[in-house]
Design a protein around this ligand. Structure first.
Ligand SMILES: *Cc1c(COP(=O)(O)O)cnc(C)c1O
Length: 225
């Protein structure tokens, strides 16, 4: 199936209140352009330089969402144009993002990545770490970032009930966090969860951003450079 057909099929399954992020990591410019030509405007990448290179050559009305682990020395590659960073996994990183955002005179929208799978290979904060960060006086002084919600990556598993449990847990953390820290802030409204294999469950459990890669662009090939 073509990117156009894949996109049409995925879109049919996504309600209006959920935003589809086309995860284009490792895919060539032509693939992104094809998705763009079929109306896609929101793209997700997980490597800072790759995102910068794609941003430089593709249309400027694309919204770029950064979804990978972000190293502090790479923040500079994405700060001028990124529309949301989904993967804030430490207070230290958030402070650095704030610093660069201030330099560029921007307010950068961020999500906090929560550790919902407890797999060693994944990043993310515990709820306790999140609470400590949001309750910290220094957090309140960060005026060039905005925390717009939470993000999570489910376990790699065929057990859909396990995945559902993890997503439900993320929704619960979102609700608690909203009530405790953001009850007056309308912009704290997003839950980024769900990928090609589980976005249907994620939507049922309250996702507002689904990050779908292989189901749109086909399997990724990491063997060639
Ligand atoms: C690669 C990636 C996705 C998309 O994965 P697919 O299974 O191809 O849909 C979503 N979220 C993150 C954080 C990713 O790194």
């Amino acid at each position: 199936m073509s990117i156009k057909e894949n996109l049409a099929q995925v879109r049919k399954q996504i309600p209006d209140n959920v935003t589809l992020i086309a995860v284009s990591k490792t895919k060539p410019i032509e693939a992104l352009q094809e998705a763009y030509d079929n109306g896609q405007r929101v793209f997700g990448e997980n490597k800072a330089q790759e995102m910068r290179d794609k941003h430089e050559v593709l249309p400027k009305d694309i919204q770029w969402h950064f979804i990978g682990h972000l190293q502090e020395n790479k923040i500079k590659y994405i700060i001028p144009y990124v529309s949301m960073i989904h993967s804030v996994d430490s207070f230290k990183l958030l402070k650095e993002i704030n610093k660069y955002a201030a330099k560029h005179d921007r307010i950068v929208d961020c999500l906090c990545e929560m550790d919902i799978s407890h797999e060693d290979t994944k990043f993310g904060m515990s709820y306790e770490e999140l609470e400590q960060m949001l309750g910290n006086e220094e957090f309140k002084s960060l005026t060039n970032i905005r925390i717009c919600g939470l993000m999570g990556i489910g376990s790699i598993t065929d057990d859909r009930e396990q995945t559902r449990k993890e997503f439900r847990n993320l929704k619960q953390m979102f609700d608690n966090c909203k009530q405790t820290f953001f009850s007056q802030n309308a912009y704290f409204e997003h839950i980024s969860m769900g990928m090609s294999g589980d976005y249907d469950i994620a939507i049922q459990e309250g996702s507002t951003f689904v990050r779908v890669g292989s189901k749109i662009f086909g399997e990724r090939d990491y063997s060639k450079k």
